[in-house]
Structures are given as structure tokens and as C-alpha cells.
Design a binder for this molecule. Structure first.
Ligand code: SF4
Ligand code: SF4
Length: 123
């Protein structure tokens, strides 16, 4: 993986990198609307999502609200939903599965996957 631009530190002192420069299957990351959305009525500010997402650092922390904010949505790993799975209050949502399946068809990703496997003599 090429060196990614460093864009700062988060409130926990962790280095924030700009993952948006990495295309996903050749698609500009910013053309894929995959990231968590916070339901602030359900969120209690437990911090699990903010702390857990320690590589991509998608979240910042709003000190006034005492809750997370989705500060770098396109740093989110496409199709990851770890923070949503861990949220004890189901306060995080993502696009539905069909959204990604449509992209896979539209962008001919099945063929790209097959080409990659063939390139390595795996099929
Ligand atoms: S894990 Fe859920 S409840 Fe906890 S801070 Fe994140 S969104 Fe809020
Ligand atoms: S889905 Fe994964 S990468 Fe995206 S914000 Fe949650 S933990 Fe981070």
C-alpha cells in the first residue's frame, strides 16, 4: 500500500490518514456512499464506535454533545459495519446490502475479481 497522506491527530492522539485517496476496485472512494450514520436519539455517547475505529478514524468526538461525529465518512472501509455491530444501542446505520450489490454489477467487479484470480493462476 502506498504511503497515505497524514491529515492530523484525533482527540485520542491517534494519527489520522487520508484513506480517500485509495480507490475501491478502481472506483473513486468518494463515489461510494458507504459510511455510518448516527441516530443521535439512540446514541448514548458510550464511545465504543469512536474508540474501535482506530485505523480509519472515521469518527471525531464532539466535546459539547459528548458524542461521536462522522468526521471522515470516506475513510470508512467499504462494506465494513463493525462499529454498527458493536453499538449497544443500534444507533449506527449503513446503506443496505442491495446498494453494494448494485455497484458490484454496475462496475463489473465480478469480472475484475475473476481476472485477478486468473492472473495469479488461482482459477
Ligand atoms: S457505539 Fe453507539 S451508542 Fe456508543 S457512541 Fe457510538 S453510536 Fe453512540
Ligand atoms: S464501519 Fe468500520 S471502518 Fe467504517 S466507521 Fe465503522 S469501524 Fe470504522
Amino acid at each position: 500500500m502506498k504511503d497515505l497522506p497524514v491529515i492530523g491527530k484525533d482527540p485520542l492522539g491517534r494519527t489520522i490518514k487520508d484513506f480517500t485517496v485509495m480507490p475501491w476496485w478502481g472506483i473513486d472512494r468518494k463515489d461510494i456512499e458507504w459510511y455510518p450514520t448516527i441516530d443521535y436519539d439512540a446514541c448514548t455517547g458510550c464511545g465504543i464506535c469512536f474508540i474501535t475505529c482506530g485505523n480509519r478514524i472515521v469518527f471525531d468526538w464532539d466535546k459539547d454533545m459528548k458524542k461521536p461525529v462522522v468526521a471522515r465518512p470516506y475513510n470508512c472501509v467499504v462494506s465494513c459495519s463493525t462499529c454498527g455491530n458493536l453499538c449497544p444501542h443500534n444507533a449506527l446505520t449503513f446503506p443496505d446490502k442491495e446498494y453494494m450489490q448494485e455497484i458490484i454489477i454496475k462496475e463489473k467487479i465480478l469480472k475484475k475479481a475473476a481476472d485477478k484470480l486468473k492472473e495469479h493462476d488461482l482459477i
